[in-house]
Design a protein around this ligand. Sequence first.
Ligand code: GLA
Length: 375
Amino acid sequence: MFGKDLPGKAVILLGLLLGAPALQAATHVATASFGKTPDGTAVDIYTLTEGRFEARIMTYGGILVSLRVPDRQGKTDDVVLGYDSLDGYIANNSPYFGALIGRYGNRIAHGTFTLEGKTHTLPKNDGDNTLHGGTRGFDKVVWSGQPIKDGVELTYVSPDGDQGFPGRLTVVVRYTLSRGALRIEYSATTDKNTVLNLTNHSYFNLAGQGNGDILSHQLQIFGSRFTPVDSTLIPTGELRPVENTPFNFRTSHAIGERINADDEQIRYGRGYDHNWVLDHAEGQLGQAAEVYEPSSKRTLRVLTDQPGVQFYTGNFLDGTITGKGGKVYRKRSAFCLETQHFPDSPNHPNFPSTELKPGEKYHSVTLFEFGTATR
Ligand code: GLA
């Protein structure tokens, strides 16, 4: 859509033009209290500031609460949906706004999988399926936080049997902000064979959170195939070419262009709610997606070493949530690009494996790189 490193260059150029030498300076990290959960556990919030960029992350759910990013004119806006206070996240049963997702991002069919001949049963929290780790996933626990260079490190120890998953799992997530990019680095170890699929569930609107729908955002996804689903959004197992379908974002298209197409997969998703098979080699950092918002000229580039990305267009938002600054979140007022292994992989031997064994280290990196386009 634009030159490989144009967004980065555009940011630096814009920074120089606006006389913002702080853009290259170290990121400032501040810690503050963000309240308590109903059981009295203290929650902290970390503010990462780098020039005009600012990310706020709290220890409840490891949630990215806000992300301020400059537009073409240098005006900053918060580009992620969420709530103003901790109570909002707890009381409103948030649809995973900004949260860390674990142990298993997206769905596991019928809340069950078999590992080494043993069947594991998980709580069903999405019809007959398990979604985003069960009823109390990593989005609903308090992580322990500590400031690190350019960011924050969050740690959570999930006990053996947590939400039905085997093994005591130690998870470390590092959020860092540098050169206009938010980097999320995930690591984990286990003491028993288990499955794991970690992601972040931020809802983006590059025109600013609450500022209308995302249908005119231009999107490119670097994936030639996707994993079609059944009516409950469980993959059928097929890896289907995107060619000649509304899922072909190999070149840039407006998100809204084909979102209401007469297509079974679009109907099942109520829009886009699907996993793309990324073209880059698994385990190597490669491009997942690029997004451009015409009014602000903001750009977002997503890079990951994961084999897939879930592109979700906020189809379940329905105007019943009032979020930050009193903004009402209507259908398709945001999009998610959840870097991940494919949904329901533990039940699909042909999908890349999500198994983690004792002695192995799970390690994964995703980058959300912001810029502005010159056109
Ligand atoms: C994921 C799922 C969607 C939806 C959202 C949260 O993206 O694929 O179907 O459940 O999370 O609302």
